[in-house]
Each structure stands twice: as C-alpha cells, then as structure tokens.
Ligand binder design. Structure first.
Ligand code: PLP
Length: 301
C-alpha cells in the first residue's frame, strides 16, 4: 500500500502534516501559553475519549481560554484525525493555544484560540522488559507548587518536567520522580505514581495531574477489592513500599523497580502491579470505555 501522508486537524481543517505550520507569534510557542491533552486509541477504540475532552476543556477554563468548539465537535475531531491517518493503535494529542496577537506581548486579551490535533502510531514513553521496570531517581527539581501553577492544568509548559528528566538521565537513572516543595512525592515527567504497601494502593491526592490512567487504576484496584488511598506519601514510603508503578496513557502501568539505588519490593514487577496492568490492557483490547473510531466517524458533526 502506498504510504499516506499524515493529516492533522488545524482549526477546523484537515491538513497534510508537512503543510501544517503554526506562526512563531503564537502564544503557545512564545510563552507556553496553552494547554493540551494526550489520549490513545487501541484496537480501533479511543480510550475514555469523553474524559480526555472534558479534562482538556477544564484546563482551558482554568487558564481562561475560550475554545471555539463544543465538546462534541472536539470529540469528533479526535475520531476523524485517527481515522484519516488509518491508525488502529494511536497516540493522540490535542493542543489549544491562546493564539496570535500583534504586537506579540504577554497581554492575554484579544486573541483567538487555535486548536490542533495530531495522531501518531501508539507511543510508549518508556519501554520495559517483561519482568523489568524503571530505575527511578527522585529529582532535586521540585514540582511547580499549586500556588504558582496548578499541575492539574495540562499546560504546554513542561520545562519543569524536562529539567527533572535531565537530572535523572545525568544520574544514570531511567526516569525521574518529582516531589513537592515540602518533599512529598508527586509524579513523574508524564506519569502519575502509585505505591502498594500492605495491600493498600496509594497515590498522591494533589499537586499532580489528574491522570485518566490514574483514575482507571483506582477503578481497577477497587474492582479487585483492594483498598485505595489518595494521600501524600514521603520518599521513605516509596523506598520501603512492596510495589511501585507509574501510570500513563502512553504505556499504561509501568513498574518502578528501584528508586535512588534502593530496590523497591522484590525488584521486579509485583503481583498487584501485574494484575492491574493486565486488567488495564484487557480494557483497551476489548474496547471497554472505548469509542470505536470507524463506527463513530461523522456522528454529530
Ligand atoms: C505530568 C503528568 N502526570 C501524569 C500524566 C498521566 O496522565 P494520563 O494517565 O492521563 O496520561 C501525564 C500525562 O501526560 C503527565 O503529563
């Protein structure tokens, strides 16, 4: 089959990726003044599409950006972008920027938001072997506190997380974990974090992005009869946990096998991590909570 050029959604049009150009005067480029959301398609179904669109709109509302599309239109644009790129398993990103203004100052008024969506073959942020996992480092870079910019907003400005990632890479670790300014564990650069201690599944309650995979992990854990607590925990609790894992749309449930040179639990993917991960992939495989791309094309548009 001849290779089809990738197509992206740009402010209502579907444009060849090579032709999709955003102005250097765009506020997203100039100031990181914009938000985004990352979703995924698996086996032809977009997982929790409504939840992703709602989270995107909440981010827009929090940063006072008016989106020129309804939730139904954004939903349809996601479906259409995946369909036009002939993707079965996809990594989907929707970006909303505050837009362009002349002169291009920080003044946020008088702009029209730009909306862009692209879909790529499914991306895993981290690769891990069957029984392997992540050797993580707690970064000296602290997560931006809620009082400065709430991490629940999925802002375009990811420099805080990129700096933490450099810190981990420089130390020879696979990935970073960021703590808040008081020293409690928050999240990773693109992942929420969980620990399992004495059968209880624990994840930070605040100063983190409310991940859709995080929410799914909590649902699965409860469905399995496990106790779940959303509360802060310290690096000590992480070092001494029975199991630890990251959760993300781009890869699912990823075991953390060591932190700062301390083995976590058995140093392998633990049984609860495994069973939650299996149920997660089962949901994706079967289209549970999924919106089928082909049968939903053109609906409501
Ligand atoms: C900072 C941060 N935390 C957590 C997550 C995980 O969220 P989700 O499960 O919705 O992918 C992401 C995903 O992009 C993220 O960027």
């Amino acid at each position: 089959m001849p290779e089809v050029e990738a197509v992206v959604f740009m402010n209502g049009d579907y444009v060849a990726a090579s032709q999709a150009k955003v102005s250097i005067f765009d506020s997203g480029f100039l100031y990181g003044d914009g938000v985004f959301d990352t979703s995924s398609a698996w086996n032809g179904f977009i997982f929790k599409l409504d939840e992703h669109v709602e989270r995107l709109l909440r981010s827009c509302h929090a940063v006072r950006m008016d989106v020129p599309y309804t939730a139904a239109e954004l939903r349809q644009a996601h479906i259409e972008t995946v369909a036009r790129n002939n993707l079965t398993n996809a990594y989907i990103k929707c970006i909303v920027t505050r837009g362009i203004k002349d002169p291009p100052t920080l003044d946020p008024r008088g702009r029209e938001a730009g909306v862009f969506i692209f879909a790529k073959p499914y991306i895993r942020l981290v690769e891990e072997g069957d029984d392997g996992g992540i050797n993580a480092k707690i970064s000296s870079v602290r997560r931006i506190p809620m009082a400065a910019l709430d991490p629940k907003i999925k802002t375009l400005d990811y420099l805080n997380l990129v700096m933490a990632k450099f810190d981990a890479i420089d130390a020879g670790a696979d990935d970073a974990i960021l703590c808040d300014t008081e020293g409690y564990v928050c999240e990773g650069p693109g992942y929420n974090i969980f620990i399992v201690s004495n059968g209880e599944v624990v994840t930070p309650a605040d100063t983190v992005l409310m991940g859709i995979t995080r929410e799914t992990v909590i649902e699965i854990a409860r469905e399995k009869g496990l106790d779940v607590a959303e509360r802060r925990f310290s690096p000590f609790e992480l070092y001494t946990a029975d199991e630890a894992f990251f959760s993300t749309t781009a890869g699912g449930v990823i075991p953390i096998v060591s932190v700062d040179g301390r083995t976590v639990g058995s140093g392998e993917r633990g049984p609860i991590t495994r069973s939650i991960s299996e149920r997660y992939w089962d949901m994706l495989e079967t289209g549970e909570h999924g919106t089928e791309v082909l049968s939903n094309r053109g609906i409501g548009s």
